[in-house]
Design a protein around this ligand. Sequence first.
Ligand code: ATP
Ligand code: MG
Length: 342
Amino acid sequence: AAVSKQDVAITVALGDGIGPEITRATLRMLEAAGARIAPEFIDIGEQVYLAGHSAGIQPDAWDSLRRTKVFLKGPVTTPSGAGYKSLNVTIRKTLGLYANVRPCISYAPFVATQSPNMNVVIVRENEEDLYAGIEHRQTDEVYQCLKLISRPGCERIIRYAFEYARSHGRKKVTCMVKDNIMKMTDGLFYRVFQEIGAEYPEIMQDRYIIDIGSARLATRPEQFDVVVTTNLYGDIISDIAAEVSGSIGLAGSANIGEHVAMFEAIHGSAPDIAGQGIANPSGLLLAAVMMLVHIRQADVAERIHNAWLRTIEDGVLTADVAGNASQAVSTEAFTQAVIARL
Ligand code: ATP
Ligand code: MG
């Protein structure tokens, strides 16, 4: 009997801020490209908090995530200073998404950048470090945040980075830490890097202290290939690397766990431009391309990636990357341009 092409169930959240705009645009491009997916929608973010679910996610959404094991997620707003615990952190922790993989690539000369040859993948530890959000009040005037680094956590992320380098033909893995100051926590991370690195002799290895490392990433990113680091440093340097490549709106990410994988843009919900129809959907689209490879639809992934590259090469650019603001196109026009080039 003929084998029918089975649609793969995926869980999709539109998010908030620019989330609904860029997620709907991304789904349209996937559909036009013939992606064999069956989206199940879940609600997350601001509206869900306001409806009384303090985690920012509806309880039955977890059922969908555990069933499909693939999550395409629009950005959600994380309140600063006070308010709800970060939903992004809750999702990563609950689903055990330990590795956050963030390619930041130059598209020069089509997207302006001072670093035309950069092609770096940041592998960010995603569950530990200061991001665990374990904070205490000591006294009225003194607060404490716990930096948690475990050997199993280090081993898992560092092995992931080396395996990623090996399977993607990458030549070097750089470890970024501050182990001259945090000798125990960051010291452990670097020690495990050296131990596991010994099993990958064909891959070049080096270490940067995070302060000069991020400065170098900003000025000479072409010197880096794969960078592995702890959670908070990884958060900071991936925004730097994406901006250096042209725009924070360009980079997508894969959040990998043992059972579930989540794909999202590296940027946030950009409330300052929400509802204006001008956001760049590229970060989420490139995350969706990674998702398609993950669910073994590399053919569709390649079709979309090529159409997207062609769109950029033809100078169809959203405001964040357009050199000349008066020539910037809307999210909608960009989406149609990609679809026309599939
Ligand atoms: P988070 O804490 O969730 O990472 P953030 O505080 O880092 O959020 P973002 O929401 O990522 O902030 O926005 C940072 C800046 O980048 C804002 O000025 C925003 O408008 C811009 N920006 C983010 N994403 C896009 C996009 N897709 N297209 C255009 N501009 C964007
Ligand atoms: Mg950010």
